[in-house]
Write a protein that binds this ligand. Sequence first.
Ligand code: 3PG
Ligand code: MG
Length: 411
Amino acid sequence: MEYNTLDNMNIGGKTVFLRVDFNMPLDKKTLKILDSTRMSQVLPTINELTHKKAKTVIIAHQGRKDSWDFTNMEQHAHTLEQLVGKPVQFVDDIYGAKAQQAIKAMRPGDILFLDNVRKLDYETNKKTAKEHAETPFIKNLFPLGDIFVNDAFAAAHRAQCSLIGFTAVLPSCVGRLMEKELSTLSKVVKDPEKPCVFLFGGAKFSDIIITIERILQNNTADRILLTGLPANAFLKAKGYHLGERNEQALLMEDGSPEQFDEIKKLLKDYDDVIDLPTDFAIEEQQKRKEITLNDLPTNKALFDIGRETIDRYNEILHQAKTIFLSGPCGVFENPLFIEGTKEIFTYVANSDAFSIVGGGHTVAAVTQLGLDKKISHISTGGGALEKFMMGDKLPVIEALKQAKVNPILNH
Ligand code: 3PG
Ligand code: MG
């Protein structure tokens, strides 16, 4: 292993700073946590730490400074308390006197939850571990701790203060969730069982263009199936007129002329392995109606893929040994347009292929359809997962590797 795991650490009685990704989906009106999957996935680490009588100090973020879902972590502490079934103390401070007092007062097996680290102006700065270690946050906290454990796979693509700063000054390791994500996903990136098919959907497409290019170049993917907004963007780049409403939706999701040029370039090399829908579902008189490519343009929104596309995609998926699902095939929240997502995801879940699902909406769709137990690996990552599949280095992992080679740089 290039980095330490909990197996290499002597944890009993130690004070452990545990960085997790508890960036939760919140209800826009009530700001209540909608789904606690991300928390449940860190339970193996938290339970192991408390069983081994560590003092666990939880560090996490919620939202971004200017976003509507930027909150304190009190609710997160309550939800976690219910999940672990033992007290979790929240302190409305990050590294000041209150936080320090609370850490010093901890007893073996205790869990303490610090406030949202993104309240610190410098948290989201992109710097090296050593530079971050000079901030008041790390400087005030690290002398109170013995070990840093990073279990925030979903934030592993960020070189931010609380994610990497401790690795310069404390013995550091990955948590059990990060360990599982990395070992499973590394195998798939390096040596996927072939053929390997990636299905992209959902409501964003700008980042997907480069992802598709790289996974095809790296020979990770053999075939790409597109649905949702990515499919619409590729169809437009191929010269189809989707109708004003659908093209407007693309423009709102950074559909700059350059993006379509990028897609055209990609299609020049890979047209034969990138599949696009040939029929769609729209809403007419509150009913689902299917139309084909020949019916375009339409003034109705394309809300789902149609029967012919579903069957054609499932036939391709039938050959696959590895399948990666990123994004639902349509607006699955609406029962009229769940069909594409339901049929394709169910087909994948029931197939013998090794299946991977990532990203908040995709995981939500899989869970809603009751397929979560039948998917081989459900990743907590969205952006981090995509970067990893592209073969990019993740700053959090690089910092942990460095920490293993050179355990404590400054002290
Ligand atoms: C996420 O939910 O994607 C991670 O927590 C990272 O959050 P960010 O995209 O705001 O950096
Ligand atoms: Mg994100």
